[in-house]
Design a protein around this ligand. Sequence first.
Ligand code: SF4
Length: 415
Amino acid sequence: MSQPTVMERLGILADAAKYDASCASSGTAKRNSAGGKGLGSTEGMGICHAYAPDGRCISLLKILLTNHCIFDCHYCVNRKSSNVRRARFTPQEVADLTIAFYRRNYIEGLFLSSGIVRSSNHTMEQLIEAARILREEHEFRGYIHLKTIPEADPELVARAGLYADRVSINVELPTQAGLARLAPDKSTPVIEGAMASIGSAIVEAKDARKRFRHAPRFAPAGQSTQMIVGADQASDADIVGRSATLYSRFRLRRVYYSAFSPIPDASAVLPLQRPPLMREHRLYQSDWLMRFYGFAPHEVQQAADDGGMLPLDIDPKLAWALRFRDAFPVDVNRAPREALLRVPGLGVRAVNALLSARRQRRLRLEDVGRLTVSLTKVRPFIVTADWRPTLLVDRADLRASLAPPKARQLELFGA
Ligand code: SF4
């Protein structure tokens, strides 16, 4: 049988990488221009987007080095018992493709992951070699995100951080029980041990650079991880708790949530249906509440129902506000920043703008209206110079009046 061409292998290995959610472009509507209608597609794979440390959105070539794997994680299309077409690149080929795409201006960086071939150390060495060729032989200054293999020797993982801007290790599932059941070759202590050593290396490198200008950088864009949602029994409250622990123990830049999607030839232990994409969205919102809105993990968990699930029809900040109505109304002319950040419908930018504007004048409802997409959502929870919600916050039908109609489009972090 003839060997697949580079383009065929690129098709296989870019497709195999699409299940990794570390680029946040997943979850959009599926559209394409097949049949000559229109232009462009949201279904293609191979190029994803990420945010560089300076906040720019950049395009990355997103591929696996190989989709061969000696592990058998039930949720993964590349597991050893899966019947998919296999392919592999050499590190040199990955570097050559990256440079060729970069020169054509298709991409600004590389996102490289891999199935595990031969051994974890061998795979890690191959990933590092691709990054080394790019950095040392091509003097490539673009962004590199390397997925690292937690079972690999810590020295190898540490070498990866010297070439990559960001390194990541997937925790895979929110609970240890879920991992043991669905990824029997993996171990939570091993994954967490690798994250801890990367976390320490990042801190040490930062300290060293404060003292010595030429000390080597180590993963300057930090480390991140990914969790699959909906493949096991973990509730949203479990996931929120797990994320909070990961952020505080390992100083992660991001936890990505990936709604489990049924794969071809799926294992019988997996659910037949994917969870609603809105669940993934609500988890990202709860993540933002902890990272930017001053909510403690237990407060986000309080927004969940008795089964630990966040509501799908309203965002977690609104759910929390409806449950803790005695924290409202909040006077926009006097309340501290922390209280304003809890008002449903007021984002961080809106709160900053209110704080700055109220130094000049007493704010009225119309001032708030200019800073939010939904004054209806904000109004029951605030007091302004010309507005006080008499008993509004106590209304029994308040939730129903604020929940969006079912067909409404996903809201972006307005909360
Ligand atoms: S180790 Fe990675 S590539 Fe291999 S089966 Fe598990 S998730 Fe898939």
